[in-house]
Design a protein around this ligand. Structure first.
Ligand code: CP
Length: 305
């Protein structure tokens, strides 16, 4: 039995197969429409979510399976003191596979150790968000035709943004990636990530102004400031509108630069950018469903010929 805690749990070759499967699902949805008949997905979300939880549920329903779960710790037995270890043992009796989001880093891993069904980390604190990374990689591969040879700008809250941490971890395995980290000093990428990049001899730079580097980028990954991880509201209010990507800034960007965003968006991308063909963050949502379908099939060991 296999779980997914971190994008690095899959080799580059395994990810290629997963993305091939996701692209086949995109082209031939009918072939997969009954693949998970009789199977159940549990979504155990101890933190708010629209995109990840409903993407998982849509994925399982599109495979002909069924879904159950909770979307709020307060409505689960966690509010009565049940541990994650006990909850997953219970969920293992109800479902065939579980996607878990939790505010505590490592909680899905604790669950996986006690589980008798595959567990997928659907985001743990400020740590990792592997299925968002699979979504991001599939989007890039599908729209650019490759996963290497890019200058990648990551902009916004690089301190608390788990999607950023997961994506950097995953991209370092592809050739010729140059990172530009664009953040205010208070929200710079954690030292453990820059230490890892230095150890691996991967080039990166850190800048404060998006205007100073946008013209160099092949990919721009925008992120919101993670209000829920701040210790005080004053700091959040001071930093929340530090970056606003608008039409004027997009005029400085390459014609084929892609703008990605894990969503939800707050103010960091002006709605006037949404009609720009380089803005692919809503297409990214659709790729998220295909890749989660591919992941569910893979972890359940289901093949469709
Ligand atoms: N991208 C993402 O994790 O969004 P949700 O918090 O809505 O799941």
């Amino acid at each position: 039995m296999r779980h997914l805690m971190n994008p690095l749990d899959f080799t580059v070759e395994e990810l290629d197969s997963l993305f091939d499967l996701a692209n086949d699902i995109e082209k031939n949805p009918a072939k997969y429409a009954h693949a998970c008949e009789g199977k159940k997905l549990a979504t155990c979300f101890y933190e708010p979510s629209t995109h990840t939880r409903l993407s998982f549920e849509s994925a399982m329903l599109s495979l002909g399976g069924q879904v159950l779960g909770f979307s709020d710790a307060g409505s689960s037995s966690a509010s009565k003191g049940e541990s994650v270890s006990d909850t997953i043992r219970v969920i293992s009796c109800f479902a065939d596979i579980c996607a878990m989001r939790h505010p505590k880093e490592g909680a899905p891993m604790v669950a996986a150790e006690k589980s008798s069904i595959p567990v997928i980390n659907a985001g743990d604190g400020g740590h990792q968000h592997p299925t968002q990374t699979l979504t991001d990689l599939l989007t890039i591969r599908s729209l650019k035709g490759q996963l290497g040879n890019f200058t990648v700008g990551l902009c916004g809250d690089l301190k608390f943004g788990r999607t950023v941490h997961s994506l950097i971890n995953a991209l370092v395995r592809y050739p010729n990636i140059h990172f530009i980290f664009i953040s205010p000093p208070e929200l710079r990428v954690p030292d453990y990530i820059t230490d890892m990049l230095q150890e691996r001899n991967i080039s990166y730079e850190e800048v404060i102004r998006l205007e100073d580097c946008i013209s160099k980028l092949d990919l721009l990954y925008m992120t919101r400031v993670q209000r829920e991880r701040f210790f005080n509201e004053e700091d959040y209010v001071r930093l929340k509108d530090f970056y606003i990507l608008n039409k004027a800034k997009m005029e400085l960007a390459k014609d084929n630069m892609l703008i990605l965003h894990p969503l939800p968006r707050v103010n960091e991308i002006s709605v006037e950018v949404d009609d720009d063909p380089r803005a692919v963050y809503f297409k990214q949502v659709q790729y998220g469903v295909y890749v989660r379908m591919a992941l569910i099939l893979t972890l359940l060991g289901i093949t469709c010929e």
